[in-house]
Design a protein around this ligand. Structure first.
Ligand code: GLY
Length: 366
């Protein structure tokens, strides 16, 4: 098992990465609990897969576990779900020594983290991510939240977990489409800050998708190290944490304009968004054609999505931009973008001109 410690003056928690960890989950969690009870909020789809193993493991360590399965989707990622989940937990006379465990993918983890941050003004929680995307990105770093009618993740908090446990075994039952969606967030680290990792992925990326355990553990480990370093330096996203948003301003607009329909899931929108950001970086002269092609070719080789879904292909640029403005990085209606300087270095471009974006829109989205 590999351990990363996310640590700065305010934060300190471990991220454990390995295979077959759920059978010892009770023992692993015990020292992070303040009492012998946990609420396990889980995606209804993973409940049947892991309930028994997790329940038995907690039983062995004499920890009571209360499972709360919930239905999860981008459309259900809203304040109503948080309200009903809170009530289900509070109904058990929850107190400040209790711990909530989030067992599921990124949407579930964001909802549960946010709920934990507001119950009794904050109780402890542990992340048990079950998708590649949540293992390499959303379970680490304490961003929690839900969507609002005006856009994605507009309600939320920075609220760090006590512990993150990443078990690569759960990826064995994950559909390929979900693996590819997670891979978009992995390659992001290579592009924004880790040239060597990008090169490693060029050689080994296919193994990560095809199920090689060592390749998966390494890719997750390296992603989490990169993410931890950024969060340690800038937890509340006053500066460099925004780099983790490469492709996300475009991606969130795609998801929202697509009405969060399942033909495009979050990681796929991010994948398309990274390609748009790459093309814009090229058109703007920040990277050359060779670098631009290197990134696009890798996406194609792995099988990631690189172009807008059919229903958005003819979208008016102005409409797209008015969706992009809802991004949390927007100030005074001016768009902030993450662009690429070279593979391994990205930068924050504030106040990107709307007119320029309208002019370049077709070129960068086709
Ligand atoms: N997913 C981006 C971040 O955690 O900042």
């Amino acid at each position: 098992m590999k351990t990363i410690r996310l640590k700065n003056k305010q934060i300190d928690y471990p991220i454990l990465i390995g295979s077959n960890l759920y059978k010892d989950i009770g023992k692993i969690c015990k020292k992070y609990l303040e009492k012998n009870r946990v609420f396990i909020v889980c995606d209804i789809n993973v409940y049947n897969l892991y309930r028994n193993e997790i329940h038995n493991s907690f039983k062995k360590t004499k920890i009571e576990c209360i499972f709360i399965p919930i239905a999860v989707s981008e459309k259900r990622k809203n304040i109503n779900t948080v309200a009903s989940l809170s009530s289900k937990i509070i109904a058990h006379s929850v107190d400040r020594k209790d711990t909530i465990i989030a067992l599921g993918g990124g949407i579930l983890g964001d909802i549960v983290g946010f709920t934990a941050s507001i119950i009794l003004r904050g109780i402890n929680y542990i992340q048990l991510p079950t998708t590649l995307l949540s293992q390499v990105d959303s379970s680490v770093g304490g961003k929690t939240g839900v969507n609002n009618i005006y856009g994605k993740n507009l309600l939320g908090s920075f609220y760090q977990p006590q512990l993150v446990i990443i078990d690569t075994n759960v990826l064995k039952t994950l559909p390929k489409r979900e693996l590819l969606a997670g891979y978009a967030e992995i390659i992001k680290y290579g592009i924004i800050k880790d040239t060597k990792f990008f090169q490693w992925l060029q050689k080994n990326g296919k193994k990560v998708i095809e199920g090689n355990t060592n390749a998966r553990i390494y890719a997750i480990y390296r992603s989490c190290i990169n993410k931890s370093q950024i969060v340690e330096a800038d937890e509340k996203e006053h500066g460099i944490r925004a780099l983790l948003n490469l492709g996300h301003t475009f991606g969130h607009a795609i998801e929202s304009l697509n009405n969060y329909k399942k033909n495009i899931i979050h990681g796929e929108a991010v994948s398309i968004g990274i390609i748009i950001a790459t093309k814009l970086s090229y058109v703007e002269g920040h990277i050359n054609k060779i670098t631009c092609d290197k990134i696009i070719n890798h996406f194609v080789e792995i099988g990631l999505k690189i172009s807008l879904p059919k229903n958005l292909k003819k979208i008016a640029p102005k409409k797209f931009i008015s969706e992009m403005i809802k991004d949390k990085k927007t100030v005074n209606k001016e768009i902030t973008l993450i662009l690429i300087k070279r593979i391994g270095e990205a930068f924050i471009q504030k106040k990107y001109s709307h007119n320029k974006l309208i002019k370049l829109f077709t070129e960068i989205t086709t």
